[in-house]
Design a binder for this molecule. Structure first.
Ligand SMILES: Cc1cc2nc3c(=O)[nH]c(=O)nc-3n(C[C@H](O)[C@H](O)[C@H](O)COP(=O)(O)O)c2cc1C
Length: 148
């Protein structure tokens, strides 16, 4: 099974999350391709069985240009038959905007017809041991469902 992970990260927290998931899924036997959102076209998801998006939120819910470009590409795709999950890092001091872009992308994947396999995982700033354990659990769940 092919997994495509796309991540948006400025200070490395989301990149770390993407890397942890990538390693877990590779260990479980998935074929995983991972790339930075700025160097990725959303149509790359068309070659995957499971689409993963890992994102920061900056600017109180407003998207950065790189996120908005990717969002615009994504929203015109038909992802019927694909599975997806989203996750990301934010900061709770931003209250109602905590990890808002994670949920923006959850909505757009659903609008594209993809099926959500795991609920969004939100992490405060850098992933700690508990967060890493949650990412490991997500990989286990995917392995059980699709590669077991
Ligand atoms: C200027 C600025 C604005 C931010 N706005 C938000 C926000 O609206 N919501 C949120 O959850 N986190 C917000 N954050 C926190 C970042 O999303 C958080 O630090 C995240 O871990 C960064 O991920 P990265 O290391 O992958 O870039 C903001 C941080 C900065 C510096």
């Amino acid at each position: 099974m092919q997994v495509k992970i796309v991540y948006a990260s400025m200070t490395g927290n989301d990149e770390d999350m993407a890397e942890i998931l990538e390693e877990d899924l590779q260990d479980a036997g998935f074929e995983v391709d991972s790339s930075d959102v700025s160097f990725t076209d959303a149509s790359d998801y068309l070659n995957a069985d499971i689409c993963v998006f890992v994102t920061y939120t900056y600017g109180e819910g407003k998207m950065t240009d790189e996120l908005e470009d990717f969002y615009d590409q994504l929203k015109s795709l038909d992802l019927t038959g694909k599975r997806f999950l989203v996750m990301g890092s934010g900061d709770k001091t931003y209250k109602d905007h905590y990890c808002e872009n994670v949920f923006d992308f959850e909505k757009v994947f659903l609008a594209c017809g993809a099926e959500e396999v795991v609920k969004p995982l939100t992490v405060e700033n850098a992933p700690d041991d508990d967060d890493i354990a949650k990412i490991d659990e997500i990989a286990d769940e995917l392995a059980e469902k699709f590669n077991g």
